[in-house]
Design a protein around this ligand. Structure first.
Ligand code: DMJ
Length: 610
């Protein structure tokens, strides 16, 4: 500290008090402490304090003056970060102020069910999502029988409903509260993907039960969530799996029914996922310890594209429902890192270091490890009511690179998407990659006429190839992966790739192709799957995967996967519903087939009745 020099003939004021040097020093120290204290206290005054407004610049106080100007009214309506004490633990170092401002600007745009549209509120009033307003914004009823439906089509739909009831009843009887049913041994399976969370099948099944109007079964599932779904668990969980199955399932159940329990569980669980983002780049690691509020890392290494790239839809809805911007900030930051990193040939490799933000190795795939990242780009754009043009551009560019480098035609004329290993192609397509027919069709709808036709053709060709992988097997179910080499076309060549675990991706593409073309072959292909499931996968106490699709005396794997109820049966059912049941105008499906609503930005609520 520099003390002012005493001028000749002018006693300094501490000196004027007759103090010695050490005393002067202590006095000044005390004085500066007092000043700091007074200034700091200004920030603790109530927002309305006139005194505060006198001393602090207008911006710092504006959130309090909600009624004083239209812009500040909007400001108070925006989602707010939690109190300072709650946030730092999760605050990513890479979540800059600009991002927050962007998010605020986005949320300020008028939308059907966006935070920030409503009458001015008290700045401290708790945030409440307006569910009624959201329901009004839907353009179609979410479910329900259509009286004029063709009786044969209706009968098929009812058959699929019966399959769902059978799958649920057996799960309930033998495995309720466990994650999956083991239908041969008639017991439950817990596994290690969900970090101690239980009831994956319950949460995954909720919206399917609701859509199929299995009312009693839906109530059973809801009661389990209310009474037995425990979030205070300890253990290592996959961030991706917890997000797509649990968060996605709960969000969809809330939006469909308005039952608060689903919303509060989703938000509580969402909070528990936030420590995963505490990395130098803000790119989350794949595994998180749900019991720990600390860094919670269970594994080192790289993060997987399909995992950190498959959070966007759910996290935006967590912000939408809570008013807390932190969730959206996390995923917008992921977007930013991905936009900046250099893409080899325009492609996105599957592994990225959460520490450096660089690719770890150059393996590119639209199947496992990459798949739903691309899906979430196009669906982010659709979910934003086509406002998120950044996502659309990233999707368009990625698809162009994929088409240029990975899309191939076999000698027999089948179009497929190969995998890429540092520039060398692996002529293999995984079952997981078969969702891409539906995705490309969904995106094609929104290009110009020429592009639209081009991408619809590509989507149809890929879906046809995936159908071939089913048609060429003895069970009429498809293998985990199929190849196009050494004279093989659309068949597995390795023993380890012959299994079928009740996966949905092929029927998922049938649904999109059906809804967008109304070509009846997609319904026929879907019905072939129903028959094959009944014949080869239905056992006494549920449905089971099989170990080899190329033999008609199949060996069962004794597992009824939760995604069979969330996705496979839901997509099959929707294939035989009218288009306005979970209409694509109102909903996007997350990668576990949980419907999340489109944010209708031009929606005007009905004038309120006086
Ligand atoms: C599901 O959990 C999701 O569809 C995920 O995106 C990929 N794998 C399974 C189903 O095969």
């Amino acid at each position: 500290m520099v003390l002012p020099r005493k001028l000749p003939g002018m006693p300094g004021w501490p000196a004027a008090l007759g103090l010695r040097l050490p005393q002067k020093f202590l006095f000044l120290l005390f004085l500066s402490g007092l000043l700091t204290l007074c200034f700091g206290a200004l920030f603790l005054l109530p927002d309305s304090s006139r005194f505060k407004r006198l001393f602090l610049p207008r911006r710092a106080t504006s959130s309090s003056s909600s009624s004083s100007s239209s812009s500040s009214t909007r400001d108070t309506e925006l989602p707010r970060s939690p109190p300072a004490a709650a946030e730092p633990r999760h605050a990513s170092p890479a979540a800059p102020r600009r991002l927050r401002e962007k998010l605020r600007a986005r949320n300020a745009a008028p939308a059907a069910h966006t935070v920030g549209t409503g009458a001015p509120r008290e700045s401290r009033a708790p945030f409440r999502f307006d569910y009624e307003r959201f329901r009004q914004s839907l353009r179609h009823p979410v479910r329900g029988e259509r009286p004029d439906q063709d009786p044969d089509i209706r009968a098929r739909k009812m058959k699929i409903k019966e399959m769902m009831k059978f799958a649920w009843d057996n799960y309930k009887q033998y495995a309720l509260g466990k994650n999956e049913l083991r239908p041969l041994t008639k017991n439950g399976h817990i596994g290690n993907m969900f970090g101690g969370l239980r009831g994956a099948t319950v949460v995954d099944a909720l919206d399917t039960l609701y859509i199929m109007e299995l009312e009693e079964e839906f109530q059973e599932a809801k009661t389990w969530v209310e009474k037995s779904f425990d979030l205070n668990v300890n253990g290592e969980a996959s961030l991706f799996e917890v997000n797509i199955r649990y968060i996605g399932g709960l969000l969809a159940a809330y939006y469909l029914t308005g039952e608060e329990v689903f919303k509060s569980k989703a938000l509580e669980l969402g909070e528990k996922l936030l420590p995963a983002f505490n990395t130098p780049t803000g790119i989350p690691r794949g595994v998180i310890n749900l019991g720990s509020w600390s860094w919670g890392w269970a594994s080192a290494g790289s993060s997987i594209l399909a995992e950190f790239g498959t959070l966007h839809l759910e996290f935006l809805h967590l912000t939408e429902l809570s008013g807390n911007p932190v969730f959206a900030e996390k995923v917008l930051n992921i977007r930013k890192v991905l936009r900046r990193v250099e893409k080899p040939q325009g492609l996105y490799p599957n592994f990225l270091s959460p520490v450096t933000g660089n690719w770890v190795q150059h393996h590119v795939s639209i199947g496992g490890l990459g798949d739903s990242f691309y899906e979430y780009l196009i669906k982010s754009w659709l979910m934003s009511d086509k406002k998120d043009s950044e996502a659309k551009k990233m999707y368009d560019d990625a698809l162009e690179a994929i088409e240029k480098h990975l899309v191939k035609k076999s000698a027999g004329g089948l179009t497929y998407i190969a995998e890429w290993r540092g520039g060398i192609l692996d002529h293999k397509m995984g079952h997981l990659a078969c969702f891409s027919g539906g995705m490309i069709a969904l995106g094609a709808e929104h290009g110009g006429e020429e592009k639209k036709q081009h991408y619809m053709d590509l989507a149809a060709e890929i879906t046809n190839t995936c159908h071939e992988s089913y048609a060429r097997s003895d069970t009429k179910l498809g293998p985990e992966a199929f190849r196009f080499d050494a004279g093989t076309e659309a068949m597995a060549t390795r023993l380890s790739e012959r299994y079928y675990i009740l996966r949905p991706e092929v029927v998922e593409s049938y649904v999109y192709m059906w809804r967008l073309t109304h070509d009846v072959k997609y319904r026929q292909w879907g019905w072939e799957v129903v028959k094959a499931l009944e014949k080869h996968c239905r056992v006494e106490a549920g449905f089971s995967g099989i170990r080899d699709v190329y033999t008609t005396v199949p060996t069962h794997d004794n597992m009824q996967q939760s995604f069979f109820l969330a996705e496979t049966l839901k997509y099959l059912y929707l294939l035989f519903c009218e288009d306005d049941v979970l209409s694509l105008d109102d909903w996007v499906f997350n990668t576990e087939a949980h419907p999340l609503p489109v944010n209708h930005s031009n929606f005007k609520p009905k004038a309120s009745v006086q």
